[in-house]
Design a protein around this ligand. Structure first.
Ligand SMILES: [Fe+2]
Ligand SMILES: [Fe+2]
Length: 468
């Protein structure tokens, strides 16, 4: 009996040893397992502009797996190449939190994400700000962005929208549990399904690289298929393509679209309070791009009447007095190039916003949602009028483009047009002109027109020659 017990004891011990050896072998084979559940280094670093980008910016980022601690932005007007004690300023986030996760995120293998938002105040205009983000004792490389000018120098912005895309991928556990570096180095290239969006980001990256005067990227919304984490995660990954070779980040000016209904939108894009104390989570606000240029972002996903209408009238009245150029962006179009003209959302935009655009002679309106490239002819009182408003759009940053069903609509007749083509707009503001170009997925110019200030000529639109 004693021998049987000894034998059993020996076999059990062997089995335990074999099991432990297998476990250790498995760990060796899959070193990423050891990293599971660790809070990670900061990733997805981005800069947001709200009302006063000459003096203020929001720096946001993500950590994975756990909230972590010791979150800080170190910043200065001179580069210190990541030497943290050398930076003149540091600021902690005003908000940290867990990004909402739904069953589909878990099914797709997404690692839990956490958002972090810091405000940089009292910045100097037209300055490069070099910064490093630190979380959990780990720091990013040094990035920089430029604040908006407080003089009348010429500058440009990128404008585009509808970067959502079809196609989803399920991440295997090895990716879900990995730290971001490992994801990027080992697996990421095979698991990003958004080729057209990535191609458009490459076009934007080249534009920013070649045109140093481009100061911001205004986005007309529909970033991803939803604002849930399995979609926003990839949008942030792909957005990193726009970082220049010398690590300049292009500040984002965010609007809300019909694909931004989930909690993840406001969790990941946090705008905080306006200067008057209004909470900017309404996502309608005025951005003073310079003393001469204002960009008004409106929100077609909430009531376009009432508070927003009143606010818009006040904002236009002030801006029209003070600014040479007033541009407006929002998601749902007043003059849709492919979707039904009589759709209620579009009718509401025409009733609430358009009369104010015409009353205050807005210089350019950028619309989204249709997934085609368009320029309308100048419109006033719902008919062609050379003194009217031109609407551009309508969503080309990677979403599949719709075929043009009806190119006979009166508002897309020459010099307007509609075309099915991925695109992004470059809009340049100077003392004497507002220059609009649409650039295609191969970097080709798809539209090109210039207008003079209204004070100079009420009817001044010039179209450059573009082969379409
Ligand atoms: Fe949309
Ligand atoms: Fe869209």
């Amino acid at each position: 009996m004693q021998r049987i017990y000894s034998l059993l004891y020996g076999v059990s011990a062997c089995l335990l040893l074999i099991f432990a050896a297998c476990q250790s072998l498995e760990r060796q084979e899959n070193p990423l397992d050891q990293l599971t559940e660790q809070a990670t280094e900061p990733i997805h670093v981005r800069v947001l502009w709200t009302e006063n980008p000459a003096n203020h910016a929001i720096v946001s980022w993500t950590t994975l797996h756990k909230l972590g601690d010791a979150h800080l932005v170190y910043y200065d007007t001179i580069s210190h190449k990541g030497d943290l004690p050398a930076y003149a300023h540091k600021v902690a986030p005003i908000r940290n939190g867990k990004i909402s996760i739904v069953d589909e995120d878990i099914e797709k293998g997404m690692p839990q994400g956490f958002f972090h938002h810091s405000e940089l105040n009292n910045l100097e205009p037209a300055k490069a700000y070099y910064f490093v983000v630190q979380s959990n004792g780990k720091q990013t490389e040094e990035f920089y962005f430029r604040t908006a000018p407080d003089d009348n120098r010429p500058f440009g912005i990128i404008w585009g929208s509808d970067s959502r895309a079809g196609g989803e991928r399920t991440l295997p556990d090895i990716v879900t549990n990995a730290l971001p570096d490992a994801i990027e180095d080992i697996v990421l290239p095979d698991y990003t399904p958004h080729q057209a969006r990535q191609s458009m980001n490459e076009v934007i990256a080249q534009l920013v690289e070649d045109n140093d005067e481009i100061i911001a990227f205004a986005h007309g919304a529909d970033y991803s298929l939803t604002s849930e984490w399995r979609h926003m995660y990839w949008w942030f990954e792909d957005h990193e393509e726009i970082i220049t070779k010398d690590n300049r980040l292009l500040p984002l000016i965010i609007s809300q679209g019909n694909h931004e209904v989930e909690a993840g939108f406001k969790e990941n894009f946090y705008l905080d309070k306006s200067e008057e104390g209004r909470n900017l989570d309404t996502f309608y606000y005025n951005t003073d791009l310079s003393p001469e240029v204002s960009l008004i972002t409106l929100n077609t996903e909430i009531s376009v009447a009432g508070d927003q209408h009143e606010w818009l009238e006040a904002a236009l009245a002030t801006n029209r007095k003070e600014k040479k150029w007033v541009m407006v962006q929002y998601h749902r179009p007043a003059y849709p190039a492919v979707k039904s003209f009589m759709r209620q959302t579009f009718v509401r935009v025409r009733k609430s916003f358009v009369p104010l655009f015409e009353k205050y002679n807005v210089d350019l309106v950028a619309e989204s949602d249709g997934h085609v490239l368009k320029r309308t002819l100048p419109i006033r009182n719902n008919k062609p009028d050379t003194s009217g408003i031109v609407y551009i759009g309508e969503g080309g940053l990677g979403v599949p483009q719709r075929p043009v069903y009806d190119s006979a609509r009166w508002y897309v007749q020459a010099p307007g047009f509609v075309q099915s083509a991925h695109h992004v707009h470059v809009i340049r503001f100077s003392k004497d002109s507002l220059h609009v170009q649409a650039i295609g997925i191969d970097g080709e110019v798809l539209d090109d027109f210039v207008r003079e200030p209204r004070a100079k000529s009420k009817h001044a639109f010039r179209t450059q020659s573009v082969s379409r």
